[in-house]
Design a binder for this molecule. Structure first.
Ligand SMILES: Nc1ncnc2c1ncn2[C@@H]1O[C@H](COP(=O)(O)OP(=O)(O)O)[C@@H](O)[C@H]1O
Ligand SMILES: [Mg+2]
Length: 361
């Protein structure tokens, strides 16, 4: 998979810009707050369907403007793709190859990315929300219908919670039935995804840490089950049993909205015992595992986005990183290009200043 061109109009700092990417390494070079991450954010919008850092989508529209437009041209399995997004103050319009799409489910699944950011480290230290976000964004990229199921689940959950607060027991089984049908799908898809990811991550951690420790990643859910049917049946039963307890609490205490992802090194929780360096390697392994997962599922290399993380790695890890991407198209941001990196660099360098991009070489 290769991105050829990205056009942005009134998107954050960019009034208008058009970038033509090279097939392998692309470096976005610039001082802080000049608009480097914004480029990666724009690309990620086509893979995730949303921004990972904007709370409200209208924040993306350039100050003083009323709408923003993004367009990306890329190759996927030898096919030319053209995706476009128009962000308005209320909602957005999306198109794939010139055809308007009503919902995100029809839009996602085209562009695949692995996004490395400095915020990844928080995934280990912060609460389960961050880890569910990782699952949701990345599963949404290629598991057909996942985003739709998640949205349906969240709407049903809101409705169930408002019934709980009104102490309405009678209609609960109707909601529980719907909630467990869609919840069962989410639970089984997450279970499967984490098992596959974990398999790759363990192997990769071993390589990166020179065989010292064993990383294991596991799925933590309060719902018992092993496949869609058992998850659905158990979720229904558990929702029924927790009804009184949930009324006391005023919210639903069981279900995939409470899931978590756990990381262990030699059986010990990473969040409590690992050093900063180990945490970094765990996160790196997870992202490489995602890379392998996508490569296997789609038979293509995903686009790799590296935001400010490259310069923090030591030389051997920098080398390992680039070598293990198997020639995937990579777009990395940095404030200063280390001389040694520059010498080995076989790619395109873009200089970014005040929302203006120039090609250095
Ligand atoms: N909606 C917006 N309109 C105009 N500028 C914006 C908007 N949102 C953010 N910015 C500006 O974008 C810049 C941040 O860009 P960013 O891509 O994060 O920079 P970098 O990654 O190079 O440090 C800041 O200067 C910020 O003020
Ligand atoms: Mg940045």
């Amino acid at each position: 998979m290769k991105i050829e061109r990205l056009d942005l109009q009134n998107f954050r700092t960019y009034s208008y810009t058009s970038l033509q990417f090279g097939p392998t390494l692309n470096v976005l070079l610039g001082q802080n707050a000049e608009g480097k991450t914004t480029i990666l954010e724009a690309i990620s919008m086509f893979a995730y369907g949303r921004s990972t850092r904007a709370k409200h989508e209208k924040e993306l529209i350039q100050f003083g403007e009323t709408q923003s437009q993004l367009r990306i041209l890329f190759h996927r399995n030898g096919k030319q793709m053209d995706m476009a997004m128009k962000i308005l103050e209320k909602g957005k319009q999306i198109k794939v190859n010139g055809v308007s799409k009503k919902n995100l489910s029809e839009f996602l699944g085209q562009l695949h990315i692995v996004f490395f950011t400095p915020d990844d480290l928080q995934m280990i230290k912060l609460g389960p929300d961050e880890r569910r976000k990782f699952l949701n964004l990345n599963m949404g990229q290629f598991i057909s219908g996942f985003v739709h199921h998640l949205r349906t689940y969240n709407q049903l959950l809101l409705q169930r919670n408002s019934l709980l607060r009104m102490r309405q027991f009678d209609p609960l089984p109707v909601w529980d039935e719907q909630l467990s049908t869609v919840g069962g799908v989410i639970l089984s898809q997450r279970d499967q995804f984490i098992q596959e990811l974990s398999f790759h991550a363990t192997r990769i951690y071993k390589e990166l840490s020179n065989q010292k420790e064993t990383l294991s990643i596991s799925y933590k859910t309060g719902v018992k089950g092993s496949n869609e049917i058992s998850y659905r049946e158990n979720l229904f039963e558990q929702l029924r049993q927790s009804a009184h307890h949930d009324v006391e609490k005023g919210f639903t205490t069981v279900g995939p909205h409470r899931d978590d992802l756990l990381f262990y090194l030699d059986g010990k929780p990473v969040s409590r015992f690992a050093s900063q360096g180990q945490v970094r390697t765990v996160v790196l392994s997870l992202k490489f595992a995602l890379f392998e997962y996508i490569r296997e599922k789609t038979k293509e290399l995903p686009i790799v986005l590296l935001d400010d993380v490259f310069s923090e790695l030591d030389l051997s890890r920098q080398k390992h990183l680039l070598e293990n991407l198997h020639g995937a198209q990579t777009i990395l941001t940095t404030t200063d290009l280390e001389n040694r990196l520059k010498a080995n660099l076989n790619g395109k360098v873009f200089k970014i200043a005040h929302g203006i991009i120039t090609v250095e070489r």
